[in-house]
Design a protein around this ligand. Sequence first.
Ligand code: ZN
Length: 225
Amino acid sequence: MDLASIFIHDTTWAFAAEIVIRVVVMFSMIIVFLRFTGKRGVRQLSIFELTIILSLGSIAGDPMFTEDLPIIQALLIMSIVIIMYRLCTWVMMKYQPFEDLLEGKSLYIVEDGALVLDKIKRGKMSHDEFFAEMRQQGVEHLGQVRVGLLETDGSFSLLLFPPAETRYGLPLFPKQYQVADEIDPKHCYACMHCGYVDYITEPDQQCVRCECESWAKALDSEIVR
Ligand SMILES: [Zn+2]
């Protein structure tokens, strides 16, 4: 064991320059790849922050047990990642389109008690995912929700109707989110695909909004918090 080998090994200036290029390319590739998955960030982390964690994780781990990976190379890589992070953050602050490109935009999922159609059609997110998010915030049915916004970090922001303005809406809990077999013409029903609420006469009546044909009995209970 000799210290020069642990810290420097066979690092040349040419290879140092190569590392810079490699890091910039890989860093960009991780961002592009994560963006293409169509996913939002994971639990409070945006795609961009996730990229930092992925990059730093492997850089920090590998030199711990790889004989011919000198510390100085890891140090160089970490420095470049940090510089790129700072640089991107700075450009994102100055230039909005760059931020949208890297982190995506926040999306309206619910408006006035119904799901926003083009968002669910494009498969940005499954029903299950945002139903779960709303349930966790104590929402029983869509008629309680005025606005539901999907943030860039994957979290879900809600604005609710005041209790007195609660309307009929699509149930979000599994026991009530059931296809109605028999129709009570005096009761409201909600389209299970888009959340549109209407009086219907047939169990397989077509939704005027999304052309889907399954309905669940709508709820109008006020939210309790
Ligand atoms: Zn519908």
